[in-house]
Write a protein that binds this ligand. Structure first.
Ligand code: DQA
Length: 142
């Protein structure tokens, strides 16, 4: 199983951005750990981060044949990008939406995810970096 891992806007600032909410682990550290865990599971992963909605969508389109599953933290696009929702619906393979913070316990605007209701999407929220590793594990359980 090939797994696409996508990080949306502002996640490149992890470690320095609101560490009391998002933790002190940097994106490079999360990606290194994901790569290490994927290697130990013999699962090929392709990891990508962008601050741009269109780049994330282009990436899903470009990799849609290679990827058998998707792990995505859409950042703030979670709350308003119907274009990203459409891309994930069209991808149609198992997808896990990961949020470091518990979006249900924060500001009102964060409580709504545009991915709600998509049949191919499950959500892991509020587990910090561990949420990404759990997503990887759950996709690779036979
Ligand atoms: C986030 C939550 C979003 O509301 C926010 O815009 C982010 C990060 C999270 O991982 O908790 O950028 O997706």
């Amino acid at each position: 199983m090939n797994i696409l891992i996508l990080h949306g806007p502002n996640l490149n600032l992890l470690g320095e951005r609101d560490p009391e909410i998002y933790g002190k682990t940097t994106l490079d550290e999360i990606n290194a750990e994901l790569q290490k865990k994927a290697d130990s599971l013999s699962v090929p992963v392709r990891i990508f981060q962008s601050n741009h909605e269109g780049s994330l969508i282009d990436h899903i389109h470009r990799e849609r044949k290679w990827g058998d599953a998707l792990i995505i933290n859409p950042g703030a696009f979670t709350h308003y990008s119907y274009a990203l929702r459409d891309a994930i619906e069209a991808f149609s393979k198992p997808t896990i939406e990961v949020h470091l913070s518990d979006i249900m316990k924060r500001e009102e605007f964060r409580k709504h995810s545009v991915l709600d209701g998509l049949k191919n999407v499950r959500r892991i929220t509020g587990r910090g970096a561990e949420g990404y590793y759990e997503a990887l594990r759950s996709l690779t359980i036979k």
